[in-house]
Design a protein around this ligand. Structure first.
Ligand SMILES: Cc1cc2nc3c(=O)[nH]c(=O)nc-3n(C[C@H](O)[C@H](O)[C@H](O)COP(=O)(O)OP(=O)(O)OC[C@H]3O[C@@H](n4cnc5c(N)ncnc54)[C@H](O)[C@@H]3O)c2cc1C
Ligand code: SF4
Length: 341
């Protein structure tokens, strides 16, 4: 790892003033040029940031530590919903009593992410902003399209962990497990700039697919700090479930994951359904046909199976990843039944 200087920010506006680039922009800077050394990037838990630096993919001149900013790790009631500070750890999200009770799919998604040690350090904000796991992207020897090159190595190469939906020119899957559940709940992100102005964006819009911009995964702008994730108020009758399949369940990113959020009327019929697939596309992938298969129905094994099949309709698997489709369909079926139980 190259030498870098270190500074601790005391407030979001100070951090936004100090940070002069996003990591996505900094990774495009030629390390041979002095411009790369002028990059000042933000660090939360540092799990992904330091990985990129150790792998020689990112060479900032300065790292600004956010961990000392007071209050940015709190989880509090907000207009009937919940406001999660960006520095709340995955462990806090997994164990918070209100999240566990009212936003169960999110608590389960956080709990299923990484290992206990990592969850105690990794923050929710950093989790949403981590860069993709595509092995060509993570290899300094491959300058692929997402790093400013001309070519996606995954389409003709090894693509068993890649996308089955939405892979225009780049077949990454979004690496954040919590994002699957957050999008299913209709969460927003709150961003603060150096002037202290707030920008609030639905997480589903904040996540950017390759058709919009192949070189970044989110709409984070330089000079912005992610300060909070806001969950909307949900009806008391809302139930949710999250399920994940990974190579190593003890600590690993998903091969496939699913979040289901249901609301049923007094007669038991589903009146609202939100179903999102994770590790399936470059962004958390909502499946409206599967949701439509539930609305108006009394949920049973047949209805849940139909939702699972609808969820994979229109998928475009690559050479090595068609195996993901039956996994996704099964996870949807089981998660629907679990949420409805
Ligand atoms: C073995 C292993 C297994 C893992 N398994 C999973 C898994 O199953 N699911 C999963 O989702 N993740 C998994 N991860 C990834 C891990 O959860 C993320 O790397 C971690 O959550 C990143 O959070 P952080 O606080 O450490 O972010 P950092 O590494 O500090 O930052 C990540 C990025 O976000 C930016 N950033 C951070 N906070 C802010 C902010 N508030 N405002 C603006 N920019 C910010 C940084 O500049 C950087 O670009 C795994 C990691 C490992 C090592
Ligand atoms: S899938 Fe995306 S990140 Fe991976 S090699 Fe292709 S362009 Fe690069």
């Amino acid at each position: 790892m190259d030498r870098f200087s270190w500074q601790s920010a005391r407030s979001p506006t100070e951090a936004a003033t100090l940070g002069n680039t996003t990591v996505a922009e900094a990774m495009l800077a030629d390390p041979a040029l002095s411009a790369a050394a002028d990059c000042v990037v933000l660090k939360a838990g540092g799990i992904d940031l330091l990985d990129l630096m150790k792998e020689g993919l990112l060479r900032p001149g300065r790292v600004v530590n956010l961990r000392g900013i007071p209050g940015l790790d709190s989880i509090a009631e907000d207009a009937g919903g919940l406001r999660i500070g960006a520095l709340a750890t995955l462990e806090q999200v997994a164990t918070h009593p209100t999240l566990r009770q009212r936003y169960t799919a999110l608590a389960d998604a956080a709990e299923s992410s990484a290992s206990p040690q990592i969850r105690h350090v990794a923050t929710l904000g950093g989790n949403l902003l981590q860069r993709p796991r595509c092995w060509y992207f993570r290899s300094a020897a491959h300058r692929c399209a997402r790093k400013g090159g001309e070519y996606c190595f995954a389409f003709t190469g090894e693509n068993r962990y890649h996308a089955v939906f939405g892979h225009d020119d780049c077949a990454i899957v979004h690496p954040s497990t919590s994002a699957t559940a957050l999008v299913a709940f209709g969460a927003h992100v709150e961003l603060t700039n150096a002037q202290g102005s707030l920008r609030t964006v639905p997480l589903s819009d904040f996540m950017v697919g390759p058709a919009v911009d192949i070189m970044r995964e989110t709409d984070l702008r330089s000079g912005e700090v992610l300060t909070a994730v806001v969950l909307p108020s949900m009806p008391a009758s809302t139930r949710s479930a999250f399920l994940k399949q990974a190579e190593k369940p003890s600590f690993d990113w998903s091969i496939a994951d699913v979040a289901v959020v249901l609301d049923r009327a007094a007669d038991g019929r589903c009146q609202h359904a939100s179903i999102v697939l994770g590790a399936a596309a470059p962004v958390p992938w909502r499946v409206p046909h599967a949701e439509a298969a539930l609305v108006g129905q009394t949920i049973d094994a047949t209805v849940a199976h139909a939702a699972g099949q609808a969820a994979i309709a229109g998928a475009a698997p690559l050479r090595h990843n068609a195996y993901k489709l039956p996994i996704l369909a099964t996870l949807v079926r089981r998660a629907v039944l679990q949420a409805a139980a």
